[in-house]
Each structure stands twice: as C-alpha cells, then as structure tokens.
Design a protein around this ligand. Sequence first.
Ligand SMILES: [Mg+2]
Length: 242
Amino acid sequence: MAVHTALFDLDDTLFDHRHARRAALQATRSERSELSRYSLEQLDRSYERLLRDTHLRVMNRQLAQDKGRFLRMSAFLSEFGIDATGREVRRLIELRQEVYRRNRRAVPGAAAVLRRLRASGAVIGVVTNNLRSEQEEKLGVTGLETLVDHLVCSEQAGTLKPDPMIFHIALTATGGRPATAVMVGDRWEDDVIGAARAGIRPIWFHRDSLRKPPRPPAGELRSFRPVARAANVVLGRGRRSE
Ligand SMILES: [Mg+2]
C-alpha cells in the first residue's frame, strides 16, 4: 500500500541535535579546564541523561524552561566535581545556548529524503515532544520548514510520545490513517513503540551501532544517505528483500 503520511520525529531524526549539543559541550569544556580530563563522549552521555530528565519535567510543566537549564548545568558541573556560583552557571548556559544555536543544522540527507517522499505523493508530518516555538525555529533555521506539511508538538497536543494519542492527532492533521502511515524516529520507546501502539509502521532511525530489540517489528535506518535507499525504506519499497 502506498504511503500517504510520513511522520518524523524532529530532534536527532531530522534535526541534528547531537551535532549542536556536542559543539556546545566542546565550548563548555574549553571554558572549564576541569572538564578537559574527560572525553567529549563522557561529557555528552552525562549531559544527555540530565537533559532527558529535566526536559521531561519541563514538558510536564513541573519545571520552567529557564529553571530546567539552570538545574541541568549545575548538576552537570557538580557531576564532574565543579563547584560553580550561580553567576558562573548562568554564564555557561549563555555560552552553551549561543554555540548550540550557531551549530543548528539538519541531519545530513534529511532534506533530500523529505523532497523525495513528497515527490512520491506523501504528506510530511513532524511529531515531537517539545515546545512549539523552539521546534518552529529549528525547522526555520535548517530550511526544513518548507518540506514539512504539519508540525505536531506535545505542547499543543497536551500529551507526549509514546502516547498513541499524539500520533492520532498527527494523522488527523495530515488526513491520513495508521495503515498507510509510517513513523521515523530515533527513540525506541517514544517513536518506535509509540507508533506501533498507534498501529503505524515504525522505522528506527539511529546513527550508532545499537542492537535493535526484536519487538515490536520495525524497519531500521542508520543514515538518510544514500537518499534513494532511505526514501525506499520509508516508503516500504522492497521491504521483503531487506
Ligand atoms: Mg528524537
């Protein structure tokens, strides 16, 4: 069956959050010599874990965004034995924000894949657990905005992935239905399990060498390049030969 709706996650699927995040961490590390003992991967793992925790609390409105950033940076510094003043924490947050914003880009190949999908008649939707203003800005800066037909953010949807409801809201927006939809995303729980529960064919997009869990059945993409191959995986062409 032809794909009517192709849904995508935004952060670390279409938008290269990891690239911007690592550039920002590198800048933070060069500001504080105590961090230079650690590899970027170590710092990144720690920051990403703290980000997941505070992000979820911000999304659930238990924490204001600024306060979340402050707690995250303070916790990050103290994990590496740095005792910083409030002023220093705020300065590092500002630096981090500036470098992050300067390094925003699309995941390589993402725009070309979206163009192909659209050329084949698919409607493109983005389903993301984040604030609308932030996600709109990312789409605008990366030029992906013109390739996305509908943006569904948890903030307006009133629910977060993996709740199947947010996928149904997205399908209502695109005029699609689960049987002819596909969802591409990097988080197994949120994107793959969530989509599968909504009856949508999931594709796990991951750029690392991670082992795919056996259930639920899901397609797999490690890169959007080569573009033709990635588009075919999304469109479900040649699935049996994979
Ligand atoms: Mg993601």
